[in-house]
Design a protein around this ligand. Sequence first.
Ligand SMILES: Nc1nc2c(c(=O)[nH]1)N[C@H]1C(S)=C(S)[C@@H](COP(=O)(O)O)O[C@H]1N2
Ligand SMILES: [Mo]
Length: 255
Amino acid sequence: MNGKIILHRRRLLGSLAVAGGGLLLSGCDALNDSDAFRGALGTAEGWNDGAQRWLAGDGLAREYRAADMSPLFRANGNVRVENAVYRASAAQRFANWALVVDGLVARPLRLPLSALQQMPQRAQITRHDCVEGWSAIGKWQGPQLGPILQLAGILPAARYIVFHCADRFGSTPYYESIGLDDAMHPQTILAWMMNDAPLREAHGAPLRLRVERQLGYKHAKFVMRVEARDRIDNLYGGRGGYWEDAGEYGWYAGI
Ligand SMILES: Nc1nc2c(c(=O)[nH]1)N[C@H]1C(S)=C(S)[C@@H](COP(=O)(O)O)O[C@H]1N2
Ligand SMILES: [Mo]
């Protein structure tokens, strides 16, 4: 198992080297410290809890066949983003857009869409369940979140991963958070493709979270920034997400 993961990380780092100048790293020394990486797998601290848990055989969400894909996948919540910065990058088809990865990490990252596209990809056909009472089966593709957090050097103090989105309801920004077990889960990806095409704006372009063991509202669309934190009770309304703060839904939305 460990060997497989290290191989995966080598592939990731190789493809990032190809991505070249587009990728900004604040330190490069740790890029080939597979010893440190192996060491981290052996500890029981922080981000590693999740990895340990799925290495030990935690469950996967069900995956479907292409023939099961819903002919129509509804878009829900915000389907258009009004803020000016987002509109400007959308007009350039996100060519100058970059995902920020920061917070409790040793090496904050700015990852252009092209870098995310060149990382090893995972594609999965899953069922999306919205609390409002509809479901749809769709295909999602993008890099796994776990290796991105490892590349950023997620620190042992990190307990939550927060997704900051470009959209708002009224004056309140949409955001969501998950624990490290879900963040490190193999089916947790930052998808830039849906049903074999780049994400449409209504479905969260340029990048949205897929966290397949949880309900629809956890799957943050229009993700601009991924932040590692030790707590979420001191962020916005303190409950870890837009709907949670609104008192509508709970933080853990396991299916
Ligand atoms: N940024 C953002 N993410 C969001 C929402 C939203 O309004 N804004 N709606 C959530 C809800 S309730 C659901 S069911 C899904 C809908 O995803 P879809 O539009 O691709 O169907 O996105 C979730 N993520
Ligand atoms: Mo939803």
